[in-house]
Ligand binder design. Structure first.
Ligand code: GLY
Length: 461
């Protein structure tokens, strides 16, 4: 079955459910966020707000052509999406704390505009449909937002409770309004993002469902990138193969610009121009992440252009892999990312031999081992935090030797469990032998009837 056929089969159920005139994320392959999940997140946040108030703004449509705003590249603000599941621009969410178990939630949506909906299709506005999709019963027109919030803030200020107003700005277009409202408040004003960051660090089941799918798609894209790579192809051919698999599998965008760094570009950590022609004997660092339903994978594999690692490349690769394995084994509740980083470096120091001259190869390990993963590739959350079940992080040691144009990074995504860590990225080939085996397979996306009967379907530019 082709990649496309498999992708279609896998996403049909979600798509059928999602096709409705008005829905939270119309047509999204990931489907809507369950209302109970949204309600639980808001309830947990209200506990943190205490007697204060938290304000979240949505993103805005971008006006790419300076003609009229389009939503083809619209991506909702992460906090707003996390709490509402909606992809509406020009919207606000206000949570007000109160007694334990109390608190109120008010959603502000732009009013419907039938003439413009002739061009854009139906949009969600204030009304019962928004309540059904979000579980929020108090849904008002966005036109009421400023006066409502000004009155609530004035009341909060008069109460003398010193409760904090937490504000998150959303789009740049909202900043002036938020600044004006917050400026009028007599109590303390804090960043609402800080309230949510620690909550978002521990993923709920719906977040993990989305992340697992993003990672599955990214693993398939890696396999396809490995199958395709051959000397003479440009880096952007590999990028195209990878991102084809993303889109055909229901990922709506990349979680970050795809990094396809061959030869000298393999030592540039965030190289994403992807314009160079590959040559035999080189390595390619492929650092990619599909975003599925607002959650992104982040997986790096380093592969030999020729399909076979040289003895030196294999030796350095195995050192990086060993360091990664040591860190993976150390993942468990209670440890910090800094401690995991130290485990990987100690391994490198103890196993470098003379691979990097008289000193350890760890001097070429020039970035830290881990970052949080979720709605953002470098997701929110405090790096002093001790690991807890439900957190997801990357484990990504690397060695970059510029003089040899030799860069190797291996990056995997790990879910912290009560027993240790679950390797979410196990399907993406990781050992040198597994990579070489996949590179011997023909790529799927270029396969035509003639290719299928004539052996190697790879085409050189
Ligand atoms: N792997 C891409 C990044 O960490 O930004």
């Amino acid at each position: 079955m082709s990649v496309l056929a498999r992708a279609l089969a896998a996403t049909m159920a979600g798509t059928c459910l999602a096709i409705r005139a008005l829905s939270a994320q119309p047509g999204s392959p990931a489907g809507p966020v369950p209302v109970e999940r949204l309600a639980a997140r808001r309830a947990a946040l209200i506990e943190r707000v205490g007697g204060g108030m938290a304000i979240f703004g949505s993103e805005e449509l971008r006006d790419i052509e300076r003609d009229y705003p389009q939503d083809s590249d619209f991506r909702q603000d992460n906090h707003f999406f996390y709490l509402t599941g909606l992809e509406t621009p020009a919207s606000w969410l206000v949570l007000r704390g109160g007694e334990p178990g109390g608190g109120t939630v008010t959603l502000y949506l732009p009013p419907r505009d039938p003439p413009s909906e002739r061009w854009t299709g139906p949009k969600l506005g204030p009304g019962p449909e928004a309540t059904r999709l979000t579980g929020i019963t108090d849904v008002r027109s966005a036109e009421a937002f400023e006066s409502d919030v000004a009155a609530w803030l004035a009341g909060l200020g008069r109460s003398g409770s010193a409760a904090a107003a937490y504000v998150s700005q959303g789009s740049p277009a909202h900043r002036e309004l938020i600044k004006r409202l917050a400026g009028s408040y007599r109590g303390s004003v804090a960043d609402a993002a800080e309230l949510l960051a620690q909550m978002r660090l521990v993923k709920d089941d719906e977040e993990l469902r989305r992340l697992r799918k993003a990672i599955e798609i990214t693993g398939e894209a890696h396999r396809e990138g490995m199958r395709l790579t051959a000397a003479g192809l440009f880096e952007y051919h590999v990028e195209a193969a990878v991102e084809y698999v993303f889109r055909a599998s229901g990922a709506e965008r990349v979680g970050f610009p795809s990094i396809i760094g061959s030869g000298p570009n393999s030592v540039t950590l965030h190289y994403d121009k992807n314009r160079r022609q590959t040559r035999d004997g080189e390595l390619v660092v492929i650092d990619i992440g599909a975003e599925f339903g607002y959650y992104t994978a982040d997986v790096t594999r380093t592969i030999p252009v020729s399909g076979t690692f040289t003895p030196r490349q294999r030796a350095v690769y195995e050192l990086v892999l060993g360091a990664q394995e040591a860190a993976l084994k150390a993942v468990r509740p209670g440890v910090t990312t800094k401690e995991l980083d130290a485990v990987a470096r100690v391994y490198m120091d103890g196993h470098s031999g003379d691979l990097c001259g008289s000193q350890s190869c760890s001097r070429y390990f020039v970035h830290s081992l881990s970052h949080w993963l979720g709605m953002d590739v470098h997701d929110v959350g405090d790096y002093q935090s001790r690991l807890e079940p439900g957190m997801v992080l990357t484990i990504e040691p690397g060695i970059y030797i510029p003089d040899e144009e030799l860069g190797i990074r291996i990056e995997d995504d790990v879910l912290v469990t009560s027993e240790g860590g679950e390797l979410l990225t196990a399907e993406a080939p990781r050992t040198p032998d597994a990579i070489e085996a996949v590179m011997r397979e023909p790529p799927l996306w270029l396969r035509s009837p003639e290719d299928a009967s004539s052996g190697d379907p790879r085409r050189r530019p």
